[in-house]
Design a protein around this ligand. Sequence first.
Ligand SMILES: Nc1ncnc2c1ncn2[C@@H]1O[C@H](COP(=O)(O)OP(=O)(O)O)[C@@H](O)[C@H]1O
Ligand SMILES: [Mg+2]
Length: 325
Amino acid sequence: MSEKAQADSPQSQWDDTPIAEAARRAARVVTGSEQLPRPDRARVFTIANQKGGVGKTTTSVNLAAALSRQGQKVLVIDLDPQGNASTALGVEHRAGTTSSYELLIGEAEAREAVQASPGNDNLWCIPATIDLAGAEIELVSLVRREYRLHDAIRRGHIEEEGFDYVFIDCPPSLGLLTINAMTAAEEVLIPIQCEYYALEGVGQLLGNIGMIREHLNHDLHISAILLTMFDARTRLSEEVAGEVRSQFGEVVLRNVIPRSVKVSEAPGYGQTVIDYDPGSRGALAYFDAARELARRGDYQPHATTGAIGVSPEVARQLNDTQDGE
Ligand SMILES: Nc1ncnc2c1ncn2[C@@H]1O[C@H](COP(=O)(O)OP(=O)(O)O)[C@@H](O)[C@H]1O
Ligand SMILES: [Mg+2]
């Protein structure tokens, strides 16, 4: 099935048949063994949306796990005091554990805070503990308060460790923690939940990204938007998906993440859905989205599109239009 057809295929009773199950098992074998080309240099993503519950954490850990299963060395940085990404990756994050908090405050170096995610050879995590809850305020009085994370990981650590992908999981706010994520990354991935008010707050997020580009990090741009919790049985999901695609175009990944019980169950076992049930629809959707993200590479913005990335094809078309003027 083509990526497009797969993304659009309706969820149906077909899903629960033995044949569907067998197909998933076959796919599991394929997804587990396939190797992706490693990027020329580390791709560092901030996963942002100031709305809570849209799938930021789920997307961070599952894209990370899917890429690590396909030969990439991946780091997840948990920057949300709730520590949900740390939970899903099964790493220690009790109060007092060396974490992203110590990194931001300058009490620890990245290599001291990194933990291996059990069961995944290539997957690492800098956890978040409850200590991070006070960081927004503590950061205010520190030098280079917007660049604390940048300074901790972008001055050699990522290259020395040979990471291919870094995903920074943000809290649902646009405060100093999120700003620190956005100065440490080049790429922003925005998960959008296929629900009512899906685009609420996205305008504000774009405004903030624009300001950060202007004042703090010229390289920051939106390289991907991922539609999450898509429910093919509802018209609402289709409508939201249609609206997001018409507003943002090709930067929206073709693969969408379906609403799936397995995805929501996995964190309860300290696992990603990739580990919990690799043949489930949710896991396969994250495998597909991860492959799409890896294969298409970084979508950079065009001079006329602000912070929003475009495909190389669209960039060519825009250049032709400009030349013709
Ligand atoms: N595709 C999905 N299907 C079902 N539940 C999901 C899916 N993605 C996320 N969830 C659930 O929705 C809730 C919010 O997701 P989460 O990733 O924590 O959002 P955020 O980090 O943006 O607050 C969690 O309980 C999560 O398990
Ligand atoms: Mg979260």
